[in-house]
Design a protein around this ligand. Structure first.
Ligand code: NDP
Ligand code: 2IT
Length: 446
C-alpha cells in the first residue's frame, strides 16, 4: 500500500473506529483514485476525497414496537445521507440483525459512485435497522415498518431523500412504510421506490437488479467474443436479486445450477427453470431464510454450510451479501476455469479474493457497476412519478439495458484512460467519482 493511502486510511480509521466494512469500502475506492488525484491537483486542493468519506448527515433513532404476544421490542433505525452533490440522497433500506453503522456507511458510500454511474441525477444514501424479519408475523412487520417511518418521514421527501428496498425490505415493507409516510404527511409523494404497480411503482423494478447484473455479464463476455448461451452459471443467495438474475440467465440461454442461503447451497445440475424459479419466491416469502427445502422439493443435492463457489461454472453471480466470496472461493473459481464474475450483492468479494481476480484473466465486474440496474430503475420510477405517467415493460427494460451498456462502456473508457485496460474495478471507481467530484467543485465548500 502506498504511504499516501496508508496515511489517509489511518485518518479514516481514527475518525470512525471499529467500522471495518466502511474502511474496506473506502480503501478499495481511494486506492483506485490515486492516479486521478495526481492528474487533478484541484481535487486534492478542495479536499474532495476527505469530504466524500464524511457523510453529510447520519440519523440514528429508536424504533419501538409491540410483538404479537404483547412484548415491547426496541430496535435501532438509521439513515445515512451520504452525498447530495448530483441529486437527492438515494439508496435502499436493509432490515437484518447484522446491520450496524459500519455496514450502512459502507453501503451508502458505495451508493454514491453507483448512482453516479447510472447517469441519473441521484446522490448516495442508505438506511435500515437491526430488526430481524425472520419468523415475524405480517402484523409485526407492519408495526415495525410504521414505527420506523414515524421517525424517518421527517427526514425524507421526493426532492430530499428517496429510500428503497435492500435485504429484508421488499414490496410488502415498502407498502407499509409508504402508507405510514402518506398518513403523516397527508401527501401522495414519490418518496420511496419499489412501490406496487397500482400506487406509483415501476414495471421491472423487482427484476431490475438481477437483470442488470446479467446484462453487465453479457457486455463483459462480448469483449471476448463470448455470450451467455450454453454457459453454466453459479448463483448465491435466493432473494430478490438472485431471482432476477436467474430469470434473465434463462432468457439468454444460460443454465443456473446453484442457489444459496445462510444454511448452505443447493446444486441442481439440470438447471433452475420454470416452476423452480417460481419456488424461489415462495422460499423468500416463507421468512425462514433457508434453501434446503428446495433440495427436498426437487430432489437435488444440498450442501450444508458451504459456499456454491466450489461448483464448476463458467460464470459466477454472487447475489447474497457482503464478503460472501473469500480467497479460497476465488481460487476455486479460477481453478475451475470460471470466465466471468458479475457482482449482484454489494461488496460480496473480500479484498484478497478481489486481488486474485484482478491478477488473473477473469472478467470481474464490481458491484457498483454490475448491480446498478436496481437503483437505475428506481431513478426511472422517480421520473415516472414526477411525470405522473407509467411506462411499459419494454420501455423500462430497454432503458435499463441501455444504461447497463453505458455503465460498462464508461468503466472501460475510464480504466483505459488511466492505463488500466479491462480493470472494471478501477474504471467504475474513477468514472463514478469524476462526476461527483466535479459537481462538488462547482458547488464550493459546502
Ligand atoms: P433479499 O432480502 O431479497 O435476499 C437476501 C437473501 O440472501 C436473504 O435471504 C439472506 O438471508 C440471504 N443471505 C444473507 N447472507 C447470506 C449468506 N451469507 N449466504 C447466503 N445467503 C445469504 O435481498 P436482496 O436480494 O435485495 O439483496 C441481496 C444483495 O443484493 C445485497 O447485498 C443487497 O445489498 C444487494 N442489492 C440489492 C438491490 C435491490 O434492489 N434489492 C440492488 C443492488 C444490490 P438472511 O436474511 O438469513 O441472511
Ligand atoms: O444497493 C442498491 O443499489 C439498492 N439496494 C437499491 C437502491 C435503490 O434506491 O433502488
Amino acid at each position: 500500500m502506498s504511504t499516501a493511502l496508508t496515511d489517509f486510511m489511518q485518518e479514516v480509521k481514527t475518525k470512525s473506529p471499529g467500522e471495518s466494512e466502511f474502511h474496506q469500502a473506502v480503501e478499495e475506492v481511494v486506492e483506485s483514485l490515486l492516479p486521478v488525484l495526481d492528474k487533478h491537483p484541484e481535487y486534492r486542493k478542495a479536499k474532495i476525497v476527505e469530504r466524500l468519506v464524511e457523510p453529510e448527515r447520519v440519523i440514528m433513532f429508536r424504533v419501538p414496537w409491540t410483538a404479537d404476544n404483547g412484548d415491547v421490542r426496541v430496535n435501532r433505525g438509521y439513515r445515512i445521507e451520504f452525498n447530495s452533490a448530483i441529486g437527492p440522497y438515494k439508496g435502499g433500506l436493509r432490515f437484518h440483525p447484522s446491520v450496524t453503522l459500519s455496514i450502512l456507511k459502507f453501503l451508502g458510500f458505495e451508493q454514491i459512485f453507483k448512482n453516479s454511474l447510472t447517469t441519473l441525477p441521484m446522490g448516495g444514501g442508505k438506511g435500515g435497522s437491526d430488526f430481524d424479519p425472520k419468523f415475524k408475523s405480517k402484523n409485526e412487520i407492519m408495526r415495525f415498518c410504521q414505527s420506523y417511518m414515524s421517525e424517518l418521514f421527517r427526514h425524507i421527501g421526493p426532492n430530499t431523500d428517496v429510500p428503497a428496498g435492500d435485504i429484508g425490505v421488499g414490496g410488502q415493507e415498502i407498502g407499509f412504510m409508504f402508507g405510514q409516510y402518506k398518513k403523516l404527511r397527508n401527501s401522495f409523494d414519490g418518496v420511496l421506490t419499489g412501490k406496487g404497480l397500482t400506487w406509483g411503482g415501476s414495471l421491472i423494478r423487482p427484476e431490475a437488479t438481477g437483470f442488470g447484473v446479467v446484462y453487465f455479464a453479457s457486455e463483459m463476455l462480448n469483449t471476448r467474443g463470448e455470450s451467455l448461451e450454453g454457459k453454466t452459471v453459479a448463483v448465491s443467495g435466493f432473494g430478490n436479486v438472485a431471482w432476477g438474475a436467474v430469470t434473465k440467465v434463462n432468457e439468454l440461454g444460460g443454465k443456473v445450477v446453484t442457489l444459496s442461503g445462510p444454511d448452505g447451497y443447493i446444486h441442481d445440475a439440470d438447471g433452475i427453470t420454470g416452476d423452480k424459479v417460481e419456488y424461489m419466491l415462495e422460499l423468500r416469502a416463507s421468512n425462514q431464510d433457508i434453501v434446503e427445502p428446495y433440495a427436498e422439493q426437487f430432489g437435488v443435492e444440498f450442501v450444508p454450510n458451504k459456499h456454491p463457489w466450489e461448483v464448476k461454472c463458467d460464470i459466477a453471480l454472487p447475489c447474497a451479501t457482503q464478503n460472501e466470496l473469500n480467497g479460497e472461493d476465488a481460487q476455486n473459481l479460477l481453478d475451475n476455469g470460471c470466465l466471468c464474475v458479475s457482482e449482484g450483492a454489494n461488496m460480496p468479494t473480500t479484498p484478497d479474493a478481489a486481488r486474485l481476480f484482478l491478477d488473473s484473466e477473469i472478467l470481474y465486474g464490481p458491484a457498483k457497476a454490475a448491480n446498478a440496474g436496481g437503483v437505475a430503475v428506481s431513478g426511472l420510477e422517480m421520473s415516472q412519478n414526477s411525470m405522473r405517467m407509467s411506462w411499459s415493460r419494454d420501455e423500462v427494460d430497454s432503458h435499463l439495458h441501455r444504461i447497463m451498456k453505458n455503465i460498462h462502456q464508461s468503466c472501460l473508457d475510464a480504466a483505459e484512460k488511466y492505463g488500466l485496460p479491462s480493470n472494471y474495478v478501477a474504471g467504475a471507481n474513477i468514472a463514478g467519482f469524476t462526476k461527483v467530484a466535479d459537481a462538488m467543485l462547482a458547488q464550493g465548500v459546502v
